[in-house]
Design a protein around this ligand. Sequence first.
Ligand SMILES: [Zn+2]
Length: 110
Amino acid sequence: MSDSSDNYKRSTVEPILLYDEAVRFLIVKTPNGKCFACGTDMWNISTKEESTDHCFLRKAGGTISGAPAYNLELECNNCGLIRTHRSEVMLAWLAMNPKTEDASRAPENE
Ligand SMILES: [Zn+2]
């Protein structure tokens, strides 16, 4: 009977970063995000095998404010260079800047 572990588990849950939201963040925050090595601007974002709507986040190994830190990795489509963004920074910005309805791209009709 060890119910004291519940509180600890709650803070170790892996954050969820949606692929579309990651793209939205990167377009706004890194508009000139060219590859440091080859200069192209074609990046791949890896997604989870079980859900391609969710970005694959790699556990960074450390903690920030007591919670585990996770990184989003982008891979250059041309030379394979990996660049990393801290997912907590991305999620904090996305929470502060929710998607607006007046997006220029119309939603798909069904
Ligand atoms: Zn490159």
